[in-house]
Ligand binder design. Structure first.
Ligand SMILES: *Cc1c(COP(=O)(O)O)cnc(C)c1O
Length: 533
């Protein structure tokens, strides 16, 4: 072995050299600032053609700048969505408190599998989970949970607990040939199908209950379906309620669902299904749960106060659920990955636990502290806890209330503006949240009347297809005509969630995620629509 070469290698890549690190960090920061300055940066075009053909690896040991150069074109070619004109989806700039947290975490690189591998970082996870649980469940006694890489995985944890509750020992013996189902709403996220597939119950055993116009699961249909399932001898492992559907921000009636599943399962002498809430998008409304409407310290307008009052009522439902998915990397404006799975009662985690003998190299693990004894993953990043605690405490409860309220305010502004236009129809008028789904039809059409005929089943299919094509065509036209320095980028969905008579409805979509999005940008959206048609 060439000792000197080896020594240089170790010094370059494993010993602290603050000045070389700082130099490169500064360059990266400058590149981000430059991209921001150009406003709506046109991304570098992609080069997939040779990404596979030329996966080069440098031969000789290099230095930290080689590391920089290896990733720089991809870094530069990635739009961070920092621009306040990005309204397509729940993505945008992560907050800088989160950056500090994430950065600190990377410097220590703890592994949250057990206490021994992470020391105080495990403690930070307990703290972060408890802080979020107090915010969500409100007066919870005994919450617990873990950070995962995303809402999909957090939903998987909830479903798995349900499966173990209704088929004890499924973890060891499997589900055999018992028919077992999960339930969600038609407007729920597709990850629920992923989960049913990966869990082994099968995507076809995931039952979707239609929603009402506000994208909220129809309780009458839930009750009917549950009754039928139990009569047919089918086991119901879990119900996933959604708190904030991805496109339209529909919220399920959590208490209503709780009462129905408890009552019907009991009547059939069946174990209660797990009531899991997918609040990946909607959880930040809980920051408003104890806003003092009377004193109104943040001087919300009367319209906003009204929305906040409704949000407060919706949040009360969390007290009645078993577990919840929270994506801090969505409306928490934190870095990826920072999703949390939280149970209201810690004892529910026993359904996931494995014996110390199943994890031989964690032989000193203690089930009270070491998550590896029940998590799906083995190694786990600590980014989530660092991101969450830095963000919650940097921004503070009042700061969070302002951020959430501002999203609601801009959403309402756009909804109201669109309502002034006869040829537009706001589809998710009754939901509380950060997103707007709507139609734009050619001038002269009465969008509201067309919608009413669709919902009442009086719109012939040919006519419907013509209108839906117009909605899509106008969206494409705006994409072509837009001034990328001034006009917001909007999203488009082929199915915003409500399906009257089983019909999927397309919609234009805007999500107020970026705190820098202004009233002027909303005015400009309305102007661009008027110019378009
Ligand atoms: C985004 C989303 C998910 C999936 O979360 P990931 O973090 O992207 O895996 C699940 N449910 C809802 C409602 C979502 O919006």
């Amino acid at each position: 072995m060439q000792r000197e070469e080896y020594q240089r290698l170790v010094e370059t890549f494993f010993q602290w050299d603050e000045s070389s690190l700082l130099e490169i960090f500064k360059e990266l920061l400058k590149a981000v600032a430059a991209a921001d300055l150009t406003g709506s940066m046109e991304m570098m075009s992609q080069n997939y053609e040779t990404a596979q053909a030329n996966p080069e690896i440098q031969v000789l040991p290099g230095n930290l700048k080689d590391a920089r150069d290896a990733i720089f074109p991809y870094f530069w070619g990635t739009d961070s969505w920092n621009s306040p004109l990005h309204l397509e989806n729940v993505r945008g700039p992560a907050n800088h408190a989160s950056l500090i947290g994430a950065f600190a975490c990377l410097l220590k690189n703890p592994n949250l599998c057990t206490d021994r591998y992470s020391q105080r970082s495990n403690e930070l996870e307990v703290k972060a989970i408890t802080a979020l649980a107090n915010l969500i469940f409100y007066h919870t006694q005994d919450p617990w949970g873990v950070f995962t890489i995303g809402g999909t995985l957090s939903n998987l944890y909830g479903a798995k607990i349900g499966l173990e509750k209704v088929i004890p020992g499924a973890m060891q013996a499997g589900v055999g040939n018992q028919r077992v189902v999960g339930i969600c709403s038609e407007a729920s996220h597709y990850s629920n199908r992923t989960v049913a597939g990966w869990l082994g119950i099968g995507t076809q055993q995931l039952i979707s209950i239609p929603t009402d116009e506000n994208l909220s699961m129809r309780l009458d249909l839930l009750a009917e379906r549950l009754e039928q399932l139990y009569q047919d001898g089918i086991k119901v492992a879990y119900v996933v309620a959604t708190f904030g559907t991805t496109d339209g921000f529909g919220i399920d009636d959590l208490l209503g669902i709780r009462q129905i599943i408890d009552e019907i399962s009991q009547r059939h002498s069946q174990p209660k299904p797990q009531l899991h809430v997918d609040a990946a998008v909607g959880w930040t409304l809980c920051f408003l749960a104890d806003y003092d409407l009377q004193a109104n310290p943040l001087e919300f307008s009367p319209e906003l106060l009204d929305i906040v009052a409704r949000a407060k009522r919706q949040c009360e439902g969390f007290r009645h659920v078993d577990s919840v998915t929270i994506d801090f990397h969505k409306m928490g404006r934190g870095h990826y990955p920072s999703s949390a799975f939280i149970v209201n009662r810690r004892s529910d985690l026993r359904y996931l636990s494995r014996e110390v003998s199943d994890t031989p190299y964690f032989s000193d693990a203690d089930a009270r502290r070491d998550p590896a004894l029940f998590t799906l993953e083995c190694s786990r990043p600590a980014l989530g806890p660092y991101i969450v605690m830095a963000s919650l405490n940097g921004i503070g409860l009042t700061g969070w209330r302002m951020l959430v309220a501002r999203s609601l305010e801009l959403t309402e502004k756009l909804k109201r503006g669109l309502e002034q236009l006869d040829y537009c129809k706001v589809l998710n008028r009754g939901t509380i949240g950060a997103s707007v789904d709507w139609w734009v039809l050619p001038k002269g059409r009465n969008a509201g009347a067309i919608y009413d005929r669709l919902v009442s089943g009086q719109l012939p299919e040919a006519e419907r297809q013509r209108y839906f094509a117009e909605v899509k065509r106008l969206q494409e036209k705006r994409e072509i005509m837009m001034d990328r320095k001034l006009d917001a980028r909007l999203g488009f969905t082929t199915n915003y969630g409500y399906k009257p008579h089983g019909i999927e409805i397309p919609a234009w979509k805007a999500v107020f995620f970026n705190p820098m999005t202004s009233d002027a940008i909303v005015d400009r959206i309305l102007y661009s629509i008027e110019e378009l048609t």
